[in-house]
Design a protein around this ligand. Structure first.
Ligand SMILES: C[S@@+](CC[C@H](N)C(=O)[O-])C[C@H]1O[C@@H](n2cnc3c(N)ncnc32)[C@H](O)[C@@H]1O
Length: 222
């Protein structure tokens, strides 16, 4: 969630975010334990900050998924669910079998309080960890607005727990699709035949007036 200005238009939806704020991501210093502490703290103001900062990722992803997955009883796992904003938006468009995973207990407490998720587990999405879910557990496994908050090499696991006819979905700012944290991993997994890209929605006003990319991958199991 970097604070970029709109290059192609005269308006500026940017709100200054302090450099030491966890919203800037942890970059090369990524450590799940530090991330957990930062989000335990940020959880207290996360929903208010996000509203102020004009972040519409959860709403845009829910709108897109509603079109791509017409069956609202589809099972969905929200990775890095934080305080539950994605769950709230998925619930508004009718999805009602949504689970969540996050590393921050404080975020999980707040998300649980919204009574939207079936279940929320504290699990580490780092690539060296195996998630507790069985192979092919979910119709959709989704990561929204968290591309710069964790190592998306973990996607190998997310593909494993996605049904073979389901989707592993990543929602990021459009500019992030070519970033060092996202593009090399996606290219690597596509070239290794671990997944295929089946759909991409480019959406307006994802974050601070900037467009977003919601990409749908299908696992290829050998
Ligand atoms: C910016 S928030 C995204 C929240 C939500 N998806 C949204 O769009 O509002 C990133 C979330 O990822 C979680 N997270 C970061 N690293 C993690 C890890 N290794 N395992 C599980 N969750 C992690 C953080 O605790 C935080 O709740």
């Amino acid at each position: 969630m970097a604070d970029n200005k709109c290059e192609d238009c005269s308006h500026d939806d940017t709100v200054d975010i302090p450099d030491d704020h966890p919203a800037k991501g942890l970059g090369d210093d990524y450590d799940p334990n530090v991330m957990k502490e930062k989000f335990d703290e940020w959880s207290k103001t996360y929903d208010q900050d996000i509203e102020k900062w004009n972040y519409n990722g959860p709403k845009r992803v829910a709108e897109s998924m509603s079109k791509i997955i017409p069956d609202k009883s589809a099972t969905i796992l929200d990775l890095g669910c934080c305080t539950g904003l994605v769950g709230e938006e998925l619930s508004k468009v009718g999805f009602h079998n949504v689970d969540g995973v996050d590393i921050s207990d404080e975020c999980i407490k707040l998300a649980k309080g919204k009574n939207i998720y079936r279940n929320i587990l504290n699990e580490d999405l780092s690539p060296d960890k195996t998630l507790s879910f069985g192979t092919g557990s979910y119709d959709a496994v989704i990561l929204v607005g968290a591309g710069m908050f964790l190592d998306i090499h973990g996607m190998k696991e997310w593909l494993r727990i996605t049904k073979t006819d389901g989707y592993t979905v990543i929602g990021v700012m459009e500019s992030e699709t070519t970033s060092d944290s996202v593009k090399p991993v996606v290219d690597e997994y596509l070239s290794q035949g671990l997944m295929e890209k089946v759909h991409e929605d480019i959406v307006e006003d994802y974050f601070q007036g900037k467009s977003g990319s919601i990409v749908y991958f299908r696992p290829s199991r050998k």
